[in-house]
Design a binder for this molecule. Structure first.
Ligand SMILES: C[C@H](O)[C@@H](O)[C@@H](O)[C@H](O)C(=O)O
Ligand SMILES: [Mg+2]
Length: 446
């Protein structure tokens, strides 16, 4: 029987102690524990929608609570009511009369929206028996645009323009799908270059990534210039001069400091500087982009870009050259579609952010859709890959020879194994019980 209605929403606080090995560390997040509110939407059939939104450690419980509050707006809803006019339903979550004050459309509430929305897309794709990218690629353009809330975007991209982009790109879709089936989608790896890793580990990981077939690498920078030069020298020694090398400062610098620092690092032949300064400083990014342009270095940002309106201004101001959408920072698939379409109008490549638990599983679908149905191009487009925690998923990403292979299983790829959900639930899962007992972590009673 096909499901007709959501009957419940379960929320779990899932965390991984990644900080113990400094996995995921950067100049601002020194010891992150990759975490996610994990939600299961149950229906009146056997099918379930699973969703996550990426957070770091202690922040997780706050987002879990926000998801619980918002879930009241999904439980008992008919699926036809949601999917027949998904853009309107999306707006009802982001603009709920009283909770809207907490955003609007940003921060904790928006992360919570993403968890629910991602689960609804997972469910929709499972109902259709397709991986999410294929659901999107096969969707009639009219239906696809009906999932987007165009409010605050129409001065840059109207519904009709979005429709025109999608209709124009209908031609050649199956050829592009076949291309990706044979080549995969180009990935870069960040796993070599976390800031907390020592030089020996850095060298070893570069060798391993090269042997696995990666040709694109990202390193964390921004805490100490001499350290950055030493680490980038090691990477270049290991991977060679011809490979793509990206750097990420995670918002560490002032605007002028970013420009000066990057002039010092330009000798390493860098393609982009990611998050040089505050993610909210659009004009600051524009200035950095202008000054670094003659050096051949572009500005990348987006993992903490709050919503489509901010992205709109980044694009209008020529403040980013690589658009790093994030499946969870924006309000789920619907808002990501909006940004993908806006970026295509500006000819800015989509290069999604994957550093976190579950993000790689999610973002691959969006880039695959972008190539097949919107941009039609792989030029300057790369999807981030971090080699952590994939073993916890039922259908983990498959990366071969430095490229994502197209997901096959129905859904949005983010369903976790039951055993991982049990062992990693904070604070009573076996992983956390032991770490708390051993005094490695404390569980403050608030
Ligand atoms: C705390 C996280 O690991 C970040 O460092 C990570 O998301 C990073 O900015 C990235 O680009 O992958
Ligand atoms: Mg980053």
């Amino acid at each position: 029987m096909a499901p007709t209605r959501i009957i419940s929403c379960q929320v779990k606080d899932i965390r991984f102690p990644t900080s113990l090995e400094k996995d995921g560390s950067d100049a601002m997040n020194l010891a992150p524990d990759y975490s996610a509110p994990y939600i299961i939407l149950r229906t009146d059939s056997d099918l379930e929608g699973h969703g996550v939104t990426f957070t770091v450690g202690k922040g997780n419980e706050i987002v879990c609570h926000a998801v619980r509050v918002l879930s009241q707006m999904v439980v008992n809803k008919e699926l036809d009511y949601i999917y027949n006019n998904f853009g309107t339903f999306w707006r009802s979550l982001t603009s709920e009369d009283q909770m809207r004050w907490l955003g609007p459309e940003k921060g904790v509430m928006h992360l919570a929206v993403a968890a629910i929305i991602n689960a609804l897309w997972d469910l929709w794709a499972k109902i259709e028996g397709k991986p999410l990218w294929k659901l999107l690629v096969d969707m009639e353009p009219e239906i696809l645009v009906s999932t987007i809330d165009f409010r605050y975007m129409s001065n840059v991209l109207s519904k009709d323009e979005a429709l025109a982009i999608l209709k124009k790109m209908q031609a050649g879709k199956s050829e592009r799908e076949n291309n990706l089936k044979s080549t995969g989608y180009p990935a870069y790896t960040t796993s070599v270059g976390w800031l907390g890793y020592d030089d020996v580990k850095l060298r070893r990981l570069c060798k391993e990534a090269l042997a696995e077939g990666f040709t694109r690498f990202k390193a964390k920078v921004g805490a100490d210039l001499a350290d950055d030069k030493r680490r980038l020298t090691i990477i270049r020694e290991e991977v060679g001069q011809d490979k793509m090398l990206l750097v990420d400062a995670n918002q560490r610098w002032e605007v002028q400091e970013a420009i000066d620092w990057m002039k010092e690092l330009a000798q390493f032949n860098l393609t982009w500087i990611e998050e040089p300064t505050s993610p909210d400083d659009i004009l600051g990014h524009a200035q950095i982009a202008k000054e670094l342009n003659p050096l051949g270095i572009g500005v990348a940002t987006g993992e903490q870009c709050q919503n489509r309106i901010m992205f709109k201004q980044f694009l209008q101001a020529n403040a980013l050259q690589f658009c790093q959408i994030d499946s969870c920072r924006l309000g789920g698939v619907n808002e990501n579609l909006a940004v993908i379409l806006m970026a295509s109008k500006y000819g800015v490549p989509i290069c999604p952010h994957g550093g976190g638990v579950g993000l790689c599983e999610l973002i691959q679908h969006l880039s695959i859709f972008d190539y097949i149905a919107v941009s039609g191009s792989l030029d300057k487009r790369v999807v981030e890959y971090v080699d952590h925690l994939h073993e916890n998923f039922l259908h983990p990403t498959v990366v071969k020879n430095g490229s994502y292979q197209l997901p096959q299983a129905p859904g949005y790829s983010v369903q976790m194994k039951e055993s991982s959900l049990i062992s990693n639930e904070w604070p009573n899962g076996a992983v956390w019980k032991k770490l708390i007992q051993d005094g490695v972590y404390t569980n403050p009673v608030i």
